[in-house]
Design a protein. Structure first.
Length: 106
């Protein structure tokens, strides 16, 4: 079950080159979420969580804290990121193909 609060913003004003759609296998989609090219999502963890990339690459910017300044991260398929309870991240697909990810309690 998802433990995130999610908002999606359109980035239609960005110039994204036209790409051929990539078919995501059903085994990858099962139990996962997708983020389309040109979309950004703001996710806030209600509980300690783990973001895992299943397909594509995602660009993530966590909110800065007193202990850790904000820095951009790029996660590829098979990579994951721990997200602390209450932490907010902004995520978008790295390229024009979109991405598939899971968000589970840690």
């Amino acid at each position: 079950m998802s433990t995130a609060v999610c908002t999606t913003e359109s980035l239609a004003s960005l110039s994204i080159p036209a790409r051929t759609a990539v078919t995501v296998p059903a085994a990858v989609r099962r139990g996962a979420w997708q983020i389309a090219p040109g979309e950004a999502m703001s996710l806030k963890a209600r509980a300690a969580s783990v973001l895992r990339v299943k397909q594509g690459r995602v660009w993530i910017t966590p909110d800065a804290t007193l202990a850790h300044p904000s820095e951009d991260l790029v996660l590829a398929p098979g990579e994951s990121m721990a997200v602390a309870a209450g932490q907010r991240i902004v995520m978008e697909a790295w390229d024009g193909y979109g991405a598939t990810y899971t968000w589970d309690q840690a």
